[in-house]
Design a protein around this ligand. Structure first.
Ligand code: SF4
Length: 226
């Protein structure tokens, strides 16, 4: 989808500070030719909680999205220079950034949920890696975790806790394997396998605690889902 060149963005930086854009199929050439390196991306997988900056809601995704990473633990887009208030890739900024006008959101609303780029689009041609991603997705899906978290009490509950821990361990293992044995850049892991479950498991109101050298799950009374 082409966005008119008369986008009257004032470069105030507000939208860049809320987080990098999700990518759409139209943005694929930017990744293919390295103007947006894959190590600058991360995946939010299907079923994972994500904030919809257009609707202002927080909900599990029905399909995965690929986004530009934030800066050092913050949401501010990696390419945003806070000092100069400039975008490092302004001439090649993705579709959502070109469509964004915070004073008139009709254009971003039109493109926001259309033809989003996925890992399948970018990585399914890479033999070996794609099979690993599919296997990880099957073993570590958020739908699967949700069903394990949501059921059981007593001994049944304990068995499920072990199953959840096993999934979290596998998620960590496959990342280690891909970097240490596969020689892949560690900065690619959030793109290839999504964010680590050890960080995202809190979306189910549970936390990981280390006790006597082993991890166990603890139900949290409340936490802020961000
Ligand atoms: S790519 Fe550029 S315009 Fe888009 S959010 Fe990042 S800094 Fe802002």
């Amino acid at each position: 989808m082409k966005i008119a060149a008369d986008n009257s963005c004032q470069r105030c930086g507000t939208c860049c500070e809320k987080g990098g854009p999700s990518l759409h199929r139209e943005d694929r050439p930017l990744v293919d030719d390295g103007r947006i390196p894959a190590r600058c991306l991360f995946t939010i997988r299907r079923g994972e909680l994500a904030r919809d900056n257009v609707k202002g809601t927080l909900a599990p995704l029905t399909e995965e999205i690929i986004k530009i990473k934030g800066q050092a633990g913050r949401w501010t887009c990696l390419f945003y220079d806070e000092e100069t208030r400039e975008c490092g890739i302004y001439d090649h900024r993705p579709l959502e950034c070109r469509a964004m006008d915070c004073r008139d959101t009709r254009r971003i609303e039109r493109v926001y949920e259309t033809a989003r780029l996925t890992r399948r689009d970018l990585l399914s041609g890479i033999d070996g890696l794609w099979e690993l991603i599919e296997d990880h997705e099957q073993r570590c899906s958020y739908d699967g975790l949700k069903s394990l978290v949501g059921e059981g009490t007593g001994h049944g509950r304990l068995r499920q806790e072990e199953a959840i821990l096993e999934i979290i361990r596998y998620d960590a293992h496959v990342r280690r394997l891909t970097t240490e044995k596969g020689g892949m850049d560690g900065k690619m892991m959030h793109f290839i396998f999504g964010r680590p479950l050890v960080d995202t498991i809190k979306m189910f109101d549970i936390a990981l605690m280390k006790q006597d050298g082993t991890y166990r799950l603890v139900r949290q009374l409340s936490f802020s889902k961000t």
